[in-house]
Design a binder for this molecule. Structure first.
Ligand code: PEP
Ligand code: MN
Length: 338
């Protein structure tokens, strides 16, 4: 870390900053010119109380050298983390397709979609039993009944199943029924929920929030990992911008950067970003091109009559066309879409 002192700095100020640095077990190197003074901090700067130094009136600027995250950072874990969910590997050479309906609506609907996907070779299945809806009058999900159906689908088809958890009180129950837990965009910074999923033994798909920065998203992952659960998969799902033509703006520009910052697998959900079918196949292709380790795509047997996200869900038939196309893109970048 480099600390740039203000122009009117005195020896007393410098001594005070050095004292703070040394109190935290680090070393201070002072470089003093005729007009400027900078203090270099040697050692693990994450131990240092940066806010305390930043708050000093005579400190002009604090420039960290190390990343502030301890567990998500590539600095502490240079190799890619590969998360194995019942043989489906996230973060390795394969790009994993997770497909399925927005919401679990009935056993019949779920099995129809799941078997259609399985026939195509898809290995991971999504469906929400708890739905975060803008309106309290909209379909809220089937709750525990839905979880039971999701588990039944997983058991009978052999697909890996995932679902969203929204409430700390449901974490244990959700973890009992599914193979992976999803944290949705509205809960990216629900720290109590993050800590709770950090205590269970199931991989977590962590979406970015509607307005979280990459830093905030990575710190959210850090919250989960701090509690013991190291199996976190990041999922980019778009951010809210001024553009009304799509529901959100898929932030693909950060994917290569996020992958450089962290060793965790990073997947992309182009559906909740776009909010409508038309751009999704293009966004999915682009996601593979920028290095995504997986995709999350909504598929419904009857999108027109779906209970949520009617405009963005694909019929199994249309999904299959896109899926086969995406496999070619994956091969072109030296990977395999499963
Ligand atoms: C979802 O994947 O079902 C969902 C609600 O997405 P998001 O949290 O990204 O809005
Ligand atoms: Mn949805």
């Amino acid at each position: 870390m480099i600390i740039v002192m203000g122009k009117s700095v005195t020896q007393e100020h410098i001594d005070h900053v050095v004292e703070i640095i040394e109190k935290d077990g680090l070393e201070a190197h002072i470089s003093k010119g005729s007009t400027n003074c900078i203090i270099g901090v040697i050692g693990d700067e994450r131990k240092l109380d940066v806010d305390k130094i930043n708050a000093l009136d005579y400190v002009e600027k604090v420039m960290p050298v190390q990343k502030p995250y301890r567990r998500v950072s590539r600095e502490v874990h240079p190799d890619n983390t590969v998360i194995d969910v019942k043989g489906v590997k996230f973060g390795g050479k394969d790009i994993v397709m997770i497909a399925g309906p927005c919401a679990c609506e009935s056993e019949e609907q779920m099995f129809e979609i799941a078997y259609a996907l399985k026939k195509m070779g898809v290995r991971a299945f999504r469906a929400s039993a708890y739905k975060p809806r803008t309106s309290p009058y909209a379909f809220q999900g089937m709750g525990v009944e839905g979880l039971k159906i999701i588990r039944k689908v997983g058991d009978e088809t052999g697909l890996v199943v995932e679902t969203e958890v929204m409430d700390t009180r449901d974490v244990e129950t959700v973890a009992k029924y599914v193979d992976m837990i999803r944290i949705g965009a509205r809960n990216t910074q629900n720290f109590d929920l993050l800590k709770e999923v950090g205590k269970v033994n199931k991989p977590v798909i962590l979406k970015n929030g509607l307005s979280t920065t990459v830093d905030e998203w990575l710190f959210a992952a850090e919250y989960i990992m701090n509690e013991g659960n190291q199996d976190v998969i990041l999922c980019e799902r778009g951010i809210r911008t001024f553009e009304p033509l799509t529901r959100n703006t898929l932030n693909l520009s950060v994917i290569p950067l996020v992958k450089k910052l962290t060793h965790l697998p990073v997947i992309v959900d182009p559906c909740h970003a776009a909010g409508k079918r038309e751009p999704i196949p293009y966004l999915a292709k682009a996601s593979i091109a920028v290095g995504a380790d997986g995709l999350l795509i909504e598929v419904h047997n009857d999108p027109e009559n779906a209970m949520s996200d009617q405009a963005q869900q694909f019929t199994p038939k249309d999904f299959e066309v896109m899926y086969n196309d995406l496999k070619k893109v994956a091969l072109a970048v030296g990977r395999k879409l499963v």
